[in-house]
Design a protein around this ligand. Structure first.
Ligand code: SOE
Length: 388
């Protein structure tokens, strides 16, 4: 079926920050990856209210809009359902999409609980629909280059994965209670929003995690309720206060199945840090360092260098020999955040069209979910937890 597709008609559910990122990617892919072989078509976008979703349809370039995701999933002219809504609605939308035989692409974290993620995986498997999760950092050329170097054995045996994901957009106690700060909607705070990325990167680069010990905490327990949201994570505050029901900060230790040790810290309370997603990997033959705030660079230390010239070198991952970058500009002409979505969605559509499994898929999404939940359990019980 999918092997012969020339066009993939996309139905996008949600229209805020990630709606913008995904629709931009679908629009740009063909310009940078002309050999992709399939063309995503922005068929329909879905939101609960016509007055909000209609302007989004016009702005992002969709042919039509829907106000009910069930109606969208039932449309015969839709091939792929892309879910960019908050976590609490992922499960029902994905189940509906799978039941209708649609390909499914879902934002991270896959769900708010392991039970939901399990149900979603079962639904895509039972209905045999292609599926993927938007861990977009796999589309960062420098991280894909790190993956390549690790697979080539250039780091040797991996000892450490040391990672932080630091932001500061809720440091101000007057930052309103947006949905990302509400547990019934987002599931968790920095943990599911930021640590989830680190976990997926760690799984991809180092391998599965066996056990964790962690702590989650909330420093600012009450915030002004939201009056009106914007598409930049914030919004205006009302005069009424409400309870913050997610973590502000998440820190945990991890032991990988291959014996490596990991540290993970995710917070939105690190004043001065904007999108500081940084990891360092140390192996028997060398080290790699990545920082999203300098996303076109990868630092590399090679123990095999002559002793008098050893030191970290900075690889500009903008050459045609680096993953994805040959599809963009001449060497040295950097790319940005939005390109991570173009790159990942390129890989996913290529695999969907070829009828072969892709990554990160729902199995990868569930694996990350298990770690998230085990850390939460560890924080509550103050004890190490095995990843089930
Ligand atoms: C907000 O914290 C956010 O946009 C996340 O939701 C993204 O997943 C992350 O990549 C950047 O920060």
């Amino acid at each position: 079926m999918a092997g012969s597709l020339r066009k993939i008609n996309v139905g996008l559910v949600g229209y805020q920050f990630m709606g913008k990122a995904h629709s931009n990617a679908y629009r740009q892919i063909g310009k940078f990856f002309p050999d992709l072989g399939v063309e995503p078509v922005l068929k329909a976008i879905c939101g609960r209210t016509a007055e909000k979703v209609k302007p989004a349809a016009e702005r992002f370039g969709f042919e039509s809009f829907e106000t009910d995701f069930r109606a969208l999933c039932a449309r015969p002219d839709i091939d792929l359902i892309d879910v960019v809504t908050p976590g609490n609605s992922h499960v029902e939308i994905v189940l509906e999409a799978a039941k209708n035989g649609k390909m499914v692409f879902c934002e991270k974290p896959l769900a708010n609980t392991v039970a939901q993620a399990d149900e979603m995986l079962k639904a895509v498997q039972d209905n045999a629909v292609p599926n993927a999760v938007c861990f977009n950092y796999r589309g960062v050329p420098a991280i894909a280059q790190a993956k390549k170097m690790i697979e080539e054995g250039r780091l040797g045996k991996i000892y450490h994965f040391r990672s932080v994901y630091l932001q500061d957009w809720i440091v101000d106690p007057n930052m309103p209670l947006v949905w990302r700060l509400q547990g019934d909607i987002a599931g968790s705070g920095s943990h599911g929003d930021l640590a989830a990325h680190l976990i997926d990167i760690a799984h991809w680069l180092v391998g599965p995690i066996d056990e964790v010990s962690g702590m989650l905490d909330t420093f600012i327990k009450q915030r002004p309720k939201l009056a009106e949201s914007n598409d930049r994570l914030g919004g205006s505050a009302s005069s009424e206060m409400g309870e913050v029901t997610v973590d502000d900060s998440s820190i945990f230790l991890a032991r990988f199945a291959n014996g490596a040790l990991g540290t993970f810290e995710a917070t939105r309370m690190a004043a001065g840090r904007k999108n500081h997603s940084r990891f360092e990997i140390n192996g028997s033959k060398g080290s790699l360092v990545f920082n999203m705030e300098r996303m076109n660079e990868l630092e590399y230390y090679d123990t095999g260098d002559p002793e008098d010239a050893r030191g970290f070198r900075v690889i500009q991952t903008t050459d045609s020999v680096h993953p994805y970058t040959g599809n963009y500009w001449p060497v040295g002409h950097i790319i940005g955040y939005e390109h991570t979505f173009i790159n990942l969605i390129h890989d996913i559509l290529r695999d969907f069209a070829a009828g072969r499994p892709t990554h990160p898929d729902f199995v990868d999404g569930l694996a990350a979910q298990r770690v998230l939940e085990a850390v939460d359990r560890s924080s509550r019980t103050r004890a190490w937890q095995n990843i089930g």
